[in-house]
Design a protein around this ligand. Structure first.
Ligand SMILES: Nc1ncnc2c1ncn2[C@@H]1O[C@H](COP(=O)(O)OP(=O)(O)OP(=O)(O)O)[C@@H](O)[C@H]1O
Length: 236
């Protein structure tokens, strides 16, 4: 379980997150929604201990262990995979090389280890592109590679920062299906999304951020029916 309690984070003097509380139970897919600039990526970076920002107060616990003060690779080795916004890839490495260079952690009990072949089963398109280099991939292929790279770590929690951003509708469906497949296998997911429809099709519950604070927490169906919140905080 991921437990975020009273977390505030700052870039220098600028405090962006204000006493954020958020919980992701094991096996849940939780959506993190909110307009541009409300602090979603800042929260993801705070969980991963990627600096900046600096977490100034509060605690972030994963399976009871405090993450604040660890290095990002130490957080990763506790079983937290990151799909960063912007799908950072190496332009000169092939798809296969991207997947092979990821350090592995021992797979958690009851789980099936991720292999390169299993990654290609999740996204067959990537298998067809295994010899292509990072700079030869389409936006959708880059996103698929970013997701599978994070999986190669054998994580128990995936932090996904806007995985459908800028993708064509068909590719968005592939990404949504991949999230459902991961959930069916017991993966815990914190999913940042701007695409409300896409988020609501895969998440169990949602948190909405506004100016760095949680202003809403409910199930996906509660949010779907809450037109006031949708209008006020998500502009729909
Ligand atoms: N490196 C940085 N230094 C200073 N301020 C930053 C930095 N990164 C982000 N911010 C500021 O923090 C605030 C929250 O940004 P953040 O990227 O977390 O929002 P977001 O909800 O993820 O938005 P988006 O959907 O646009 O990615 C914004 O006001 C942004 O300008």
């Amino acid at each position: 379980m991921l437990e975020i309690k009273s977390v505030s984070s700052s870039y220098g003097e600028a405090q962006i997150l204000h006493e954020v509380n958020l919980t992701v139970e094991d096996g849940q897919v939780v959506g993190l929604l909110g307009r541009n600039g409300t602090g979603k990526t800042t929260l993801i970076r705070s969980i991963m201990q990627v600096k900046p920002p600096q977490v100034t107060t509060g605690s972030i616990r994963w399976n009871g262990q405090e993450l604040c003060g660890l290095l990002p690779n130490e957080v990763a080795m506790l079983g937290i995979g990151l799909v960063p916004q912007g799908r950072r890839l190496f332009p000169s490495l092939t798809v296969q090389e991207h997947l092979e260079i990821i350090p592995r952690r021992p797979v958690s009990s009851g789980r099936q280890a991720w292999t390169v072949e299993r990654a290609y089963e999740l996204f067959p398109r990537l298998g067809e592109r295994r010899g292509h280099r990072g700079n030869q991939l389409s936006g959708g292929e880059r996103q698929m590679l970013a997701i599978t790279r994070a999986l190669m770590l054998n994580p128990d929690l995936m932090l996904m920062d806007e995985p459908t951003e800028g993708l064509a509708p068909l590719i968005v469906q592939h990404v949504e299906q991949a999230v459902r497949t991961l959930k069916a296998e017991g993966m815990t997911v914190l999913l940042v999304e701007q695409n409300l429809r896409s988020a609501l099709s895969v998440v169990d519950s949602v948190y909405v951020l506004e100016t760095g604070a949680v202003v809403y927490n409910g199930t996906a169906s509660e949010l779907s029916n809450d037109t006031a919140t949708l209008h006020r905080y998500l502009g729909v």
